[in-house]
Design a protein around this ligand. Structure first.
Ligand SMILES: *Cc1c(COP(=O)(O)O)cnc(C)c1O
Length: 369
């Protein structure tokens, strides 16, 4: 018998589960549907990939990665490359995350306290509210108006009432695909009692950015990711802002959060930015063709897009049935599953390659018969 043993039986499974915070037990795990075999237009990925020649050069570069060593903890070369490729203002600092999701988490952890609140807009990107919950932060989602624009009176009231530590603004917004009115955002930055993060995940497809406004506002942060640009598999996001703020956030970053392979591959791709830029341009062109084709269908209400996806509402059909019919025809898009509110009966499709978009349009046409 061990000297430290007591009469107490070992912890039961159920008592262990009781230790998990109730707000976590209530959650269901983030579900990603199995897409194998489908034309995949559900997750805002860039469909193109890289050609054989570039791929061979990338392999060669990756072969030099030392997998037995820890990565450069601050990923300095990659940060410098991002700085110049993405025109980060010289007097602003940059920090990297394992996807921008990790940066959202670092920001939330940095401000989490009993009375702190994180604010964003609804419908919006689900990770803001999920990560708030993970970190024990209060989350306030201010409803957008029926055209998915910021309701300024509601926003002013919510800021006054809740004094949010951080406000996240997705620009363009997901799932509505629009860029909010810039004057509204400027007013929010000016009246916010804390940080305002412009989440520019869809920057490659929008013609607008707050990057060049960083120097005008100490409380403004600009967050981006290489995911929608064509490198979703790398998991790399970056956050830019005042050095004093970035240095505080950096204390929460787990050491070596950007692995060796990601550092090498991202550096290589940033040195070939022209390839990714050309793909983004092609996607923007495809977007306008897809948008026009959808607008020509009378049974739909289609929302304009500044991103690489399009949101549309079924006016006569049930969105769930149309989604299912499209899926059975081999094309996977996203069912917003809303029965009320501004996303009611809406579906969301990612812009793909020409043949993929045509396959989607054919399947949708079939589903609407
Ligand atoms: C996709 C998306 C992200 C997530 O980016 P990752 O870098 O892949 O984690 C962040 N914000 C918005 C609005 C997105 O749509």
């Amino acid at each position: 018998m061990s000297s430290s043993s007591t009469d107490r039986p070992p912890a039961s499974l159920s008592s262990c589960l009781q230790l998990i915070r109730p707000e976590i037990r209530e959650l269901s795990a983030y579900h990603v549907p199995d897409a194998s075999g489908y034309i995949k237009l559900d997750a805002m990925e860039n469909p193109y990939g890289i050609n054989a020649e570039l791929s061979a050069a990338l392999q060669e570069q990756l072969a030099t990665a030392q997998l037995n060593r820890y990565p450069d903890p601050s990923a300095e070369a990659l940060r410098n490359s991002l700085r110049s490729c993405m025109q980060v203002p010289a007097d602003r600092e940059i920090i990297l995350g394992n996807g921008s999701d990790e940066l959202i988490q670092m920001l939330a952890m940095a401000v989490a306290s009993d009375d702190a609140c994180l604010m964003s807009f609804e419908p919006g990107f689900v990770m803001y509210s999920m990560i708030s919950r993970f970190c024990g932060l209060q989350y306030v989602g201010v409803p957008l108006d029926a055209d998915f624009e910021i309701d300024m009176q509601a926003t002013r009231d919510a800021i006054m009432q809740h004094q949010p530590a951080v406000i996240f603004i997705a620009f363009p917004n997901n799932p509505s695909a629009n860029c909010f009115n810039v004057e509204h955002i400027e007013e929010i930055i000016a009246m916010a009692p804390g940080l305002v993060v412009l989440d520019e995940a869809y920057h490659p497809f929008a013609q607008a950015s707050f990057m060049h406004r960083l120097e005008q506002h100490d409380n403004l942060l600009v967050m981006r990711t290489v995911s929608k640009l064509g490198l979703a598999g790398l998991r790399l996001g970056y956050l830019c802002g005042h050095a004093d703020i970035i240095h505080e956030i950096d204390k929460l970053r787990l050491p070596y959060n950007i692995n060796v392979l990601t550092q090498h591959a991202a550096l290589f791709m940033l040195n070939n930015m022209d390839v990714l830029d050309a793909q983004a341009e092609e996607i923007r062109e495809q977007r306008s063709g897809l948008y026009q084709a959808l607008c020509a269908m009378e049974q739909l209400q289609v929302y304009p897009s500044d991103a690489n996806f399009i949101l549309f509402r079924l006016l006569e059909h049930d969105a769930g049935e149309v989604f299912e019919s499209i899926r059975q025809q081999g094309v996977l898009i996203k069912n917003m599953k809303a029965t009320t509110g501004p996303l009611k009966n809406c579906l969301r499709v990612t812009v793909g390659m020409p043949g993929e978009n045509q396959a989607f349009l054919n399947a949708l046409g079939q589903a609407l018969q």
